[in-house]
Design a protein. Structure first.
Lengths: 283, 278
């Protein structure tokens, strides 16, 4: 089982004067229980890629295959794939529409014909995971705080028990406490076997959490692999629009100055390496 | 009152009309001429309200706010205060009114009714300080985000203010635009300008010499930058420490960097290289 993206390209407004290539020969894959982060500058093709993962748009060339099923327009399995791959747009709370949180959360289960009691039991579990009180079910989503709205919007996607969860800038507009809460929630889903695809422009936020990183630059795959490998690859020529964390930036400049420290974004590790360097000095 | 105080706030509170809960309350603080003060705090902590009190855009609903010895409540001096204390906001698009760069900068001095020679020399100076001289005749829409924000600053500088207040002025800029703007501010500050920056980016604290931390409308901390950085003040205030601060603390505790080095990646790296390679 895996979600595979193979040599995918996408061109907007094909065969018109406005033709723009958004993605160019991009490949990567994610398995259930794996956390992949997609990072890149504004306009690097991140959101186009996200929309392809559950068949909202289809590649101009290349393939997207979800658990063995290839996605193409009007494919008979498209509905079941969309149920498998949950997609949360940027600011998902903008899509809230129901009059109560309960209706909001029940919308998808009802549409897909999930029995009410099964859906209800699942909703209760999700509320717990999101640290939301059950009383919230009777509230109007528009009366909630910003953080609560975001949680409800994400809950309405998770309620369909997706195997893969695609999130476009899920932490946008949240303060750091909200960000940390969201990341720890994603970790819980990952540990329960959900494949996470998190789209972000903030590499510092994902270095510690993700299993693999896909770096896009002008629609092309600039780097792909475990964070340590990606960082190594980008060290000499940084990717457009990506800002390395301060600690990593510092380990880079120390290495350039000829010190023997590892390429790392962990403060503790860098300090240890620096200490070693100091004590190995002949003086 | 000593002359070197530019702002003097005494038990200031402000409530927005129709809101019982004050946006800020119990604020007592002094800011001296030539300081760079950073105001930080979470969303809704009252940062922008405090900034607007500093140039009489808002008048305290309780307490008093003096600007260079003048009470902001006094209608007769409000225009003078706004000329002395100019603001730059988050989105430069909201602040730029003219279609040509030099006309934008001339807008303020023209309104003051200055002789045209004065206007010309002020515009020239403001564009030079902000590094925009070559764009003088360009249309304002053709500028990048960072350039637009510098233009907003140039417009403020043409008023020859004693203090510049920047409300999240870097938050919409990319790293490059941010650096362009802060470089100009550093230059102005070195020449004696009082600067007040409102930010939620902890890294930007390091540019200031004094820091005010607001929490739920109250002043949770006000003091020198070193004081804030020492000990566990930041975490006590519920502020997330940037990773460079944690690294700085570790290095300092182990005596690997000098005491006077700031927690900036490039400063720390420079100090380390010097010490180890000598």
């Amino acid at each position: 089982m895996s979600l595979e993206v193979c040599n995918v390209s996408y061109t907007y407004h094909k065969d018109t004067p406005l033709e723009t290539k958004s993605l160019n020969d991009v490949s990567f894959h994610v398995e259930p229980g794996e956390w992949v982060a997609v990072v890149g500058h504004t306009g690097s093709g991140k959101t186009t890629l996200a929309q392809m993962l559950n068949g909202l748009i289809f590649p101009s060339s290349g393939e997207v295959i979800v658990d063995g099923l290839k996605l193409y327009p009007k494919a008979p399995h498209l509905k079941s794939v969309r149920r498998k791959v949950g997609l949360a747009f940027q600011y998902p709370e903008h899509q809230l529409f129901a009059e109560t949180v309960l209706d909001e959360l029940m919308f998808a289960p009802r549409n897909f014909g999930m029995p009410e009691d099964e859906a209800m039991a699942h909703i209760k579990k999700i509320l717990k995971a999101f640290e939301l009180d059950e009383k919230i079910l009777l509230k109007n989503p528009f009366d909630l705080s910003g953080g609560q709205k975001r949680k409800v919007a994400l809950a309405s996607i998770v309620v369909m028990k997706p195997v893969y969860l695609v999130l476009d800038e899920p932490t946008a507009g949240l303060d750091w406490k909200g960000q940390e809460m969201l990341l720890s929630m994603l970790k819980t889903f990952k540990d329960n076997g959900t494949g996470i695809i998190q789209i972000t422009h903030d590499i510092e936020m994902v270095l510690d959490n993700c299993d693999k990183l896909l770096v896009l630059e002008d629609g092309r795959r600039r780097s792909w692999g475990p964070p340590a490998h990606v960082v190594e690859e980008l060290a000499d020529r940084p990717a457009k629009g990506l800002v390395f964390p301060d600690v990593l930036e510092m380990s880079l400049s120390l290495r350039r100055a000829g010190l023997n420290v590892s390429l790392t974004w962990s403060e503790e590790k860098l300090v240890k390496d620096i200490e070693k360097e100091v004590f190995s000095c002949p003086s | 009152m000593a002359e070197d105080k530019i702002f003097s706030l005494r038990d200031v509170a402000f409530s927005y009309p129709g809101n019982d809960e004050p946006a800020i309350s119990g604020i007592t603080m002094d800011i001296n001429v030539g300081w760079w003060v950073a105001i930080v705090g979470d969303n809704g902590s009252g940062k922008s309200t405090l900034a607007k009190l500093l140039n009489a855009l808002l008048i305290p609903t309780r307490g008093v706010c003096f600007v260079l010895g003048r009470d902001t409540k006094d209608l007769d001096v409000q225009w003078d205060i706004r000329r002395d204390v100019c603001m730059v906001f988050q989105n430069p698009e909201n602040q730029i009114v003219a279609s040509v760069v030099e006309e934008e900068v001339a807008f303020g001095p023209e309104n003051l009714g200055l002789p045209s020679q004065d206007i010309v020399s002020r515009v020239r100076w403001a564009l030079e300080v902000t590094g925009l001289s070559e764009f003088a005749k360009k249309p304002t829409y053709a500028l990048s985000g960072g350039q637009k924000q510098r233009l907003a600053l140039a417009g403020a500088l043409a008023m020859r203010p004693k203090c510049i207040v920047l409300d999240e002025a870097t938050s919409m800029l990319d790293p490059e635009g941010r650096k362009e703007l802060t470089d100009v501010l550093k230059k102005l500050h070195n020449e004696g300008m009082t600067v007040v920056t409102i930010t939620h980016r902890t890294e930007e604290l390091l540019l200031s010499d004094h820091v005010a931390v607001l929490s739920k409308g109250r002043l949770a901390f006000y003091g020198k930058l070193d004081e804030l950085l020492s000990g566990s003040t930041l975490s006590k205030l519920g502020i997330k420490e940037p990773s460079s601060f944690r690294l700085w603390r570790l290095l300092k505790n182990k005596g690997l960097i000098d005491g006077n080095v700031l927690p900036r990646a490039e400063d720390m790296a420079e100090n380390l290289v010097e010490k180890i390679c000598l």
